[in-house]
Design a binder for this molecule. Structure first.
Ligand code: ATP
Length: 582
């Protein structure tokens, strides 16, 4: 890891340095003040020994009460400030994680489960909040308590102080020897929690599939297994904590007992004043609480450390496709829509052969070109290469003569609207789904896009028309309706180039052909790449490119290709046969 955990933590705290310093400063003040009260009490004991008077007691009580109130107020202020820092870091981290996740490509989300990522963004961030709130407060408090109390104790009696503190190295050793086990067990808990979240997330998304295959009981078992693993991990951690913490508390109290025994003898021998003894006892008491808390502090710290690693792992993932330095801008109204490929090749990481190889073509502005070919021939790969959803090399693909790798991603993706087969819709009004790419679009524009996508008629039949909620909280659209809504969404941004990656597969041939006709008419004609298995819709396109094993093997109009022996003729004949048989 490039930086140490401590450096990461410092980085998280940097923006809130001032508040942190104020909080720690308040703690410092309170610890300095806390040395006084035992001194005052010791003094009171000595005075009262000489001459008992109500007035003296009252004066001491008022003084101690006043001091205690001030200390309480400062301690409160320090807690508000330090816990506030924890909360602010939590906010910053959540924000950073979300922004970073948005910058990553879908391949990252295929490798990392959503449940795990959600867990990191919530539970792990929460651990860091506790580390930077509670643990920092508690560590600083312990440190200050020792720094100011121990010298004050030494001034009273070196021997008794050493006697009282003899237990503390044992405590430190104990904490040290448990710390690795605690950290590992904490990691196991976080991992088990992530596994469980992943299963919940996947099962809820795939609930339809579970029902179709009647796999409820298997999924229940899988859940029980992971839930048990989480329970075991939590119990193991609790066992360790329950062994360590009471041990620490017990040892801290033991130091009080030792000093009582040894101190009483010194008083009897006349080498220690009663007042000093009382002060010393109160000092030891001051140390007991922070020391007994050390166990919690250490767990909070280790829990936080584990979470720092898990969160930083997200930040180390970098987007593969990014703007080159000095990338050129290409305003959409300057794009005519000419696409040219020269030796375009792409090989998926970890595979032995390129999915597309040495592709060359030129698409003129306004042309509608179908891309057909057997399954797995590389059509989707080519489609994804165009708006650089896949990382392609420079010098292989040009938009209006500009190398796409040199154009800013924002402009390139604004110029090339990509519509995939799986049309994802958000759980919101259909109107908002349509204007997703242009949130400020007005109704006439939205309706225009819906008409072009041939979905307007159906929307008007929905209960609340364009205001109808779709998805989880609303109505369920059919596959074809979803695809046409997704197409309407792409048409609304009015990109000069449109890539339809099997995006009309659930739409009947006639409607698909009508949609393509809509797109190729008028002054706002688009360059359309229509990837499809629907041969009759492809046949109506200006031109057809036929792919096989990652290469374009034939190009031409339907009429020219269908008469030539070759893959296209074969695909067309298969399609005709299917039509006859249906
Ligand atoms: N993410 C990936 N990692 C590795 N190989 C992949 C990946 N995506 C696709 N491939 C492989 O690349 C080849 C081309 O796939 P592609 O999806 O481009 O074909 P296609 O022509 O669009 O197929 P279909 O008609 O079924 O949609 C296939 O062999 C496929 O297995």
């Amino acid at each position: 890891m490039a930086q140490s955990r401590l450096q990461y933590l410092q980085g998280y705290l940097r923006p809130h340095r001032q508040q942190l310093m104020l909080g720690v400063g308040a703690l410092l003040l309170v610890n300095i003040l806390s040395v006084w009260i035992p001194l005052i009490i010791g003094d009171a004991v000595e005075r009262l020994k000489i001459a008992f008077s109500q007035g003296t007691i009252l004066r001491y009580v008022v003084l101690i009460l006043a001091l205690a109130t001030v200390m309480w107020a400062i301690r409160m202020a320090s807690r508000v400030m330090l816990f506030g820092v924890g909360r602010k870091v939590e906010f910053d981290l959540k924000q950073r994680i979300f922004e970073h996740l948005l910058s990553l490509e879908s391949a990252y989300f295929a490798e990392n489960t959503i449940g795990d990522l959600i867990n990191r963004a919530t539970s792990d961030v929460d651990n860091i909040r506790r580390l930077l709130g509670f643990a920092v407060l508690s560590l600083a408090n312990t440190l200050f308590a020792y720094t100011f109390t121990v010298p004050a104790m030494l001034r009273i009696s070196v021997r008794l102080t050493l006697v009282a503190l003899v237990i503390y190295p044992v405590m430190m050793f104990l904490v040290g020897s448990f710390s690795n086990r605690l950290r590992q067990q904490q990691l196991d808990v976080q991992q088990s929690l992530s596994d469980l979240s992943t299963l919940i997330q996947e099962d809820m998304s795939g609930i339809g599939l579970i029902k179709i295959y009647a796999q409820e009981s298997n999924e229940q078992q899988a859940f029980a297994q992971r839930n048990h693993a989480l329970l075991d991990a939590n119990l193991a951690l609790a066992r360790t904590r329950n062994t360590l913490f009471p041990l620490l508390g017990g040892l801290a109290s033991l130091s009080l007992a030792i000093i009582l025994a040894v101190g009483a003898r010194s008083i009897a021998a006349g080498t220690l004043a009663v007042g000093d003894f009382v002060t010393l006892l109160l000092y030891v008491n001051n140390l007991v609480f922070p020391t007994a808390l050390l166990g919690f502090t250490i767990t909070a710290y280790q829990r936080g450390e584990v979470s720092v690693d898990r969160i930083e792992a997200i930040f180390t993932a970098q987007p593969k496709v990014a703007n080159v330095s000095g990338a050129i801008t290409l305003p959409i109204d300057h794009v005519a829509g000419r696409l040219q490929a020269k030796g375009l090749t792409y090989q998926y990481p970890g595979t032995s052969t390129p999915a597309i190889e040495n592709i060359a073509f030129t698409l003129e502005p306004g042309e509608t070109v179908a891309l057909v070919g057997p399954i797995g021939s590389g059509k989707s790969t080519l489609a994804k290469a165009l708006p650089r959803i896949l990382e392609i090399s420079a010098g292989q693909l040009y938009i209006d003569g500009h190398d796409v790798t040199q154009v800013t991603l924002e402009d390139l993706r604004r110029a090339i609207a990509f519509v995939p087969q799986d049309s994802f819709l958000f759980s919101t009004k259909i109107k908002n789904n349509l204007r997703y790419g242009m949130p400020l679009a007005e109704m006439p524009e939205i309706e225009g896009a819906a008409k072009l996508a041939q979905i307007q008629g159906e929307i008007l039949n929905f209960p609340s028309q364009y205001e109808t909620l779709v998805g989880e909280r609303g109505i369920t659209l059919s596959g074809g309706q979803r695809q046409r809504t997704a197409l309407g969404r792409a048409l609304l941004i009015d990109a000069p180039i449109l890539v339809l990656d099997d995006a009309l597969s659930s739409v009947d041939n006639q409607t698909a052909t009508q949609i393509l006709d809509n797109l190729s008419q008028g002054t706002q004609r688009k360059t359309v790449i229509f990837i499809t298995h629907q041969m009759s819709a492809a046949a109506n396109c200006d031109r057809i490119m036929v792919m096989e094993k990652g290469k374009i093997v034939q190009t031409g109009t339907h009429d020219s290709l269908v008469t030539r022996p070759g893959l296209y003729q074969k695909l067309w004949n298969q399609h005709k046969l299917k039509e006859v048989l249906q």
